[in-house]
Design a protein around this ligand. Sequence first.
Ligand SMILES: Nc1ncnc2c1ncn2[C@@H]1O[C@H](COP(=O)(O)OP(=O)(O)O)[C@@H](O)[C@H]1O
Ligand SMILES: [Mg+2]
Length: 250
Amino acid sequence: MKKVSIFNIKGGVAKTTSTANLGACLSQQGKKVLLVDLDPQSNLTKLFKAYSMDDLSVSDVLLNKDLDIHNVIKKTDFENIDIIPSNVALAFTEKKILLDVNRSQQNRLSKALKAIKDEYEYCLIDCPPSLNMITVNALCASDEVFVPIKIDKFALDGLEYLLDSIEEIKEEFNPNLNFKGCFITMDSATTVNRIIKQELKKLLGDKIFNTTIKQNVKVIESTFDECPVVFSNKKARASINYKDLCKEVF
Ligand SMILES: Nc1ncnc2c1ncn2[C@@H]1O[C@H](COP(=O)(O)OP(=O)(O)O)[C@@H](O)[C@H]1O
Ligand SMILES: [Mg+2]
């Protein structure tokens, strides 16, 4: 099972959209995919109609080492895609992890996923927009990190800090971790976009993927249908972009 974190410290850059649609593309190739929602906002969980306050969730995976992870995994409406859901309880989980000093704190997700490593080909982890103990768990559990970037005035701010943080986690906890690269989301043919893309190429070299995901209203419409755009509208610009990105990165 290849484990990939979709990570950026910023919100609204299409982490969740990219996790869902890359997962959708892989599933269409017949790959078995496990999605992990690590954001207390639970948008990924809601997109796959798996939200519940009563069922076990990713918080339980992080807090209870004796839990059988199979009891947390939910099937989705789509063949080959299962999900470890999140709910609002995750907002309180970090504090509980930090207070529990009897167990190591960084590698809890990593340990939990070992039990199912032969059951899926890909595990895609949707991270919250911050660098906290929850994200550290995601990065400690991952083989690769992808960073979606939305171009705006502040797109480059904090990027070096983010890349340094990934390096630190690699050095301290997970030598296996590979920063695969960044990709641009909500791309448009404006002058600003062209200029910032050039800046990003200078800064990142070969760590920026060629494929960009175009701004496309079909993506927003798909969220109202509770369905990744790759499934609901195969011909949408963004669906084609996600297919190309999937080919490029996997
Ligand atoms: N290619 C796109 N075109 C238009 N809107 C998009 C695109 N990708 C994402 N969005 C929208 O942008 C918003 C933020 O995306 P989301 O995936 O939730 O970001 P994050 O998980 O990083 O916070 C959502 O409303 C989503 O529907
Ligand atoms: Mg999100």
